[in-house]
Design a binder for this molecule. Structure first.
Ligand SMILES: Cc1cc2nc3c(=O)[nH]c(=O)nc-3n(C[C@H](O)[C@H](O)[C@H](O)COP(=O)(O)O)c2cc1C
Length: 220
């Protein structure tokens, strides 16, 4: 698989099969992802990889909180600006619309939408997940480094025939993640990444993208 193919075939997959992820494949990907660039070569990513009983324990504890109607932990960062203007609001709405349409969940079906969101905390059925932390006192430049690392990781997963879904949603139940992985206090959870083989029994959801002209200006 070349880089174009990896970029084109990476999607946020939200339905995984329960086929286990080979430990050697995970190790190959994580070793190669260490080559991701970072400002000053700080390499500020701190990752915990959960499979087997540790992931089962996390899913179980989170499901208990969800079942109890627990709204989650105090947020450590804003996932989105409070007022999302145009064109960002429209892009986000269009992606959500496609996703719910594919699931057969209507706009007014609040319960269906809640259940779709709750699937985040089951890692969409994935048998492996990575939780990525960044030092608490690091700023936006280092958070960008985390993004570069995560995209490198997700493209490498494609080379192994694996799929992924990055999930800031895990920051909602960050204390439960912390109970399982015991990170040092000076780290902030940025997101989880569900990892596995796609359940191919349903049609994949394809998000759209803005045209190049909308985002990029060429100056000769
Ligand atoms: C940093 C980050 C956090 C995300 N968090 C979530 C999440 O919590 N739950 C989810 O279902 N998708 C999440 N996504 C996936 C995005 O919704 C998805 O990447 C976007 O809609 C584009 O679709 P595509 O990845 O399929 O191309 C996240 C993506 C990124 C990059």
């Amino acid at each position: 698989m070349n880089v174009y193919e990896a970029v084109a075939s990476r999607r946020a997959v939200r339905r995984f099969s329960d086929e286990p992820v080979p430990a050697e494949a995970l190790e190959r990907v994580l070793t190669a992802a260490q080559r991701a660039p970072s400002g000053g070569n700080l390499q500020p990513w701190h990752c915990y990889v959960l499979t087997g009983s540790s992931l089962a324990e996390l899913k179980k504890r989170t499901a208990e909180r969800l079942a109890a109607g627990d709204p989650g932990d105090p947020r450590e960062f804003e996932m989105y600006p409070p007022a999302l203007g145009s064109p960002y609001h429209e892009r986000r709405a269009a992606a959500a619309e496609r996703r719910y349409a594919a699931l057969g969940v209507a706009r007014e079906d609040e319960r269906g939408r809640r259940e779709a969101v709750a699937a985040n905390w089951d890692c969409f059925g994935a048998p492996a997940a990575l939780f990525c932390y960044v030092p608490r006192d690091f700023g936006s430049a280092q958070w960008v480094d985390i993004g570069l690392y995560l995209q490198t990781l997700m493209l490498l997963l494609r080379a192994e025939g694996l799929h992924s879904c990055p999930q800031m949603a895990w920051s909602v139940y960050r204390r439960t993640v912390a109970e399982v992985v015991s990170p040092p206090d000076d780290l902030v959870l940025f997101c989880g990444v569900s990892i596995g083989y796609e359940d191919t029994t349903t049609e994949p959801v394809r998000t759209t993208r803005a045209s190049l002209a909308e985002t990029t200006t060429f100056l000769d």
